[in-house]
Design a protein around this ligand. Structure first.
Ligand code: C2E
Ligand code: MG
Ligand code: MG
Ligand code: MG
Length: 291
């Protein structure tokens, strides 16, 4: 058949490519349905300070597929971005995260937790992004000072001026910004200092390979860079005590990783923090020492 179409015509009948394409299209249809039938849900991973005290969490998306089981965001976020589904998904994530923040206000063990939400480039680039965020804030009445948006370097590198302006608008609403996966992009110090950021997040690939000389150097440099810019520096993917010790030695401010906490359902996080509060009462909750 290909021959009949002549020399300049090309088509392929590679059955493997064909079935991969079909699987992709099926998954996109499934994702569309997943949004409508609420198969997507959030888990939360705690972030701890240098003393090991939990101060925040990151919201991470999960998809419970009816046939395929749990699908990782690494496998469906790219699809959501290509199909544009990331826009409704992203706002649903933000809304759910805001509702969770409100729920956490009910207990002193959780009412101080900051909550970080990942924002995809495509969503952030929407002309009405700021208006949509404001809308969700007003509807949920979430405590704005506890909400943090995570951006990545790549999305900030295109349309620099618009991005900076948008970030300032959102900062003015009371939210904070973190630069996620830091070190994997190409942002220069010159340019980084123009962004109204609050936190740098060291990408987990550097943390994983800390035993290598060059990765250790990169991590030390990122921490120093963050300090120079007056930003909180958090390391993600911390799995071992050795990694924590190295990071602490170079004055990394905070950690996120399996060593401290896996991503868990909100109720599990709440329980964990209530137990933590009992085991580590704040000074004002402790009994006065007897004299
Ligand atoms: P990320 O924002 O960099 O999130 C950190 C990822 O590292 C999460 O993977 C988390 O589960 C994983 N992680 C945390 N601690 C450790 C550790 O100690 N070791 C290892 N090996 N991994 C650890 P996850 O949940 O699979 O998410 C992957 C990526 O998908 C996220 O990377 C983020 O870019 C994206 N993503 C997740 N949720 C959302 C969302 O709601 N919206 C958007 N736009 N992207 C999301
Ligand atoms: Mg993130
Ligand atoms: Mg990251
Ligand atoms: Mg990542």
């Amino acid at each position: 058949l290909a021959k009949q179409r002549g020399r300049n015509q090309w088509c392929f009948y590679d059955p493997e490519i064909q079935s991969a394409l079909e699987a992709r299209n099926q998954l996109e249809r499934d994702l569309r349905l997943a949004v409508e039938t609420q198969q997507l849900f959030l888990v939360y991973q705690l972030q701890v300070d240098i003393e090991g005290r939990p101060f925040g969490a990151e919201a991470l998306l999960r998809w419970q597929h009816p046939q395929q089981g749990l699908i990782s965001p690494a496998d469906f976020i790219p699809l959501a971005e290509e199909s544009g589904l990331i826009i409704p998904i992203g706002y649903q994530v933000l809304r759910t995260a805001c509702e969770q923040l409100v729920r956490w206000q009910a207990h002193p063990a959780t009412d101080h937790l900051t909550l970080a939400v990942n924002v995809s480039a495509k969503q952030f680039a929407q002309a009405d992004f700021v208006a949509q965020v404001l809308n969700i804030l007003q509807q949920t009445q979430a405590p704005r000072h506890l909400l943090k948006l995570e951006l990545t370097e790549s999305m900030v590198l295109t349309q620099v001026e618009e991005t900076i302006e948008k970030m300032h608008h959102i900062k003015a609403l009371g939210l904070a910004f973190s630069m996620d996966d830091f070190g994997t992009g190409y942002s220069s110090l010159q340019y980084l200092k123009r962004l109204p950021l609050d936190q740098l997040k060291i990408d987990q690939s550097f943390v994983r390979d800390l035993q290598h000389e060059d990765d250790a150097t990169i991590v030390r440099t990122i921490i120093a860079m963050g300090k120079a810019l007056n930003l909180q520096v958090i390391a993600e993917g911390v799995e071992t005590r050795e990694q924590q010790d190295f990071l602490a030695r170079y004055a990394c401010d905070a950690f996120q990783g399996y060593l401290f906490c896996r991503p868990e359902l909100a109720e599990e996080i709440t329980q964990r923090l209530q137990q933590y509060a009992i085991a580590h009462p704040a000074p004002w909750m402790m009994e006065a020492p007897s004299t």
